[in-house]
Ligand binder design. Structure first.
Ligand code: ADP
Ligand code: ADP
Length: 221
C-alpha cells in the first residue's frame, strides 16, 4: 500500500470558458519510505498537486489516497510567526493537536536538535539565517509526527552551499525516520540528487510525461 496515491486526478480552476486545466489525468504513487521528486517548469501544476494531496483543495476528477497518514507540508517561504520564539513556532502544530505544554517543549527541543539548532529555541526567526529558518520549518513539520512530507521547492530561495547542506540533512532525516517524501522542484540537479524516483510533469496542462527511477551512481551519505 503506497503512502500517497493519485488515480486519474484532474484539477480545473474556474468555470466554463474561463476554466483552466491545471492537472490533466495524473496518476502516480509514492511508496512508503520512498523519496520522490516531481520536476516541472513553473506553472505546470506542482503546487496544485501538493495542495490536493494535503487536502487543502479538492480535485475536479479522480481519487487521492493517503489513508491514515499524517501529512506535513513545507514551502519555499518558511512562514514562521515572527513574534514567537523558534521553539514556540515548532510547538505550534502540537498546540493545535492538544499536546500538553511540557511534552510540546520537550519535543520541540528534540526536533531542534535533529536539525542542528539545539541552542536556538529562544531566538526569534529574524535572528536566524534563511537556511536556519528553513531548518526550523523542517523541525516543525517533523514535530507533527508526520510520516509523509510534502515539500514545495523548500530550498529554492537559498544559496547553493546552504542548499547542499540542507540536502544532506534532509536525506539523513528521511532515512532515520523512514519518511515518505514528495518533493517538487524545477531544479533538475536537485531532483536527481535527492530522488529515488523522478516524475516529470509537462506544462499546460500538467501531465505526467516520465516516471523513472534514479539509477545514477552518485554519492549517498
Ligand atoms: P507550479 O507550482 O508548477 O508553478 P501551480 O500549481 O502553482 O504550478 O499552477 C498551475 C496552473 O494553475 C498555473 O497556470 C496557475 O496560474 C494556475 N493556478 C494555480 N492556482 C490557481 C488558483 N487558485 N486559481 C486559478 N488558477 C490557479
Ligand atoms: P545555514 O547553513 O543554516 O544557512 P549559515 O551558513 O547562515 O547557516 O550559518 C552557519 C552557522 O553560523 C550556523 O550553523 C550557526 O551556527 C551560525 N549562525 C548563523 N547566523 C547566526 C545567528 N544569527 N546567530 C547565531 N549563530 C548564527
Amino acid at each position: 500500500e503506497p503512502a500517497v496515491r493519485l488515480d486519474g486526478v484532474s484539477k480545473i480552476y474556474g468555470q466554463g470558458r474561463n476554466g483552466l486545466l491545471a492537472l490533466d489525468n495524473v496518476s502516480l504513487s509514492v511508496g512508503q519510505g520512498e523519496f520522490v521528486c516531481m520536476l516541472g517548469a513553473s506553472g505546470c501544476g506542482k503546487s496544485t498537486l501538493l495542495s490536493l494531496v494535503a487536502g487543502l483543495d479538492s480535485p475536479t476528477a479522480g481519487r487521492i489516497g493517503t489513508e491514515g497518514r499524517r501529512i506535513a507540508m513545507m514551502f519555499q517561504e518558511p512562514a514562521l510567526f515572527p513574534w514567537l520564539t523558534v521553539s514556540a513556532n515548532v510547538e505550534m502544530a502540537m498546540r493545535v493537536q492538544g499536546v500538553a505544554k511540557r511534552e510540546r517543549q520537550a519535543r520541540a527541543a528534540e526536533f531542534l536538535e535533529i536539525v542542528h539548532l539545539g541552542g536556538f529555541g529562544d531566538k526569534r526567526p529574524h535572528e536566524l539565517s534563511g537556511g536556519m529558518r528553513q531548518r526550523v520549518s523542517l523541525a516543525r513539520a517533523l514535530a507533527q509526527d508526520a510520516d509523509v512530507l510534502l515539500m514545495d521547492e523548500p530550498f529554492g530561495a537559498l544559496d547553493a552551499m546552504t542548499r547542499d547542506l540542507l540536502h544532506d540533512e534532509l536525506e539523513r532525516i528521511w532515512r532515520e525516520r523512514g519518511l515518505s517524501v514528495l518533493f517538487v522542484t524545477h531544479n533538475v540537479r536537485e531532483a536527481v540528487r535527492l530522488g529515488d524516483r523522478v516524475i516529470l510533469l509537462s506544462s499546460r496542462p500538467g501531465r505526467v510525461v516520465e516516471d523513472f527511477p534514479v539509477t545514477l551512481d552518485r554519492p549517498r551519505h
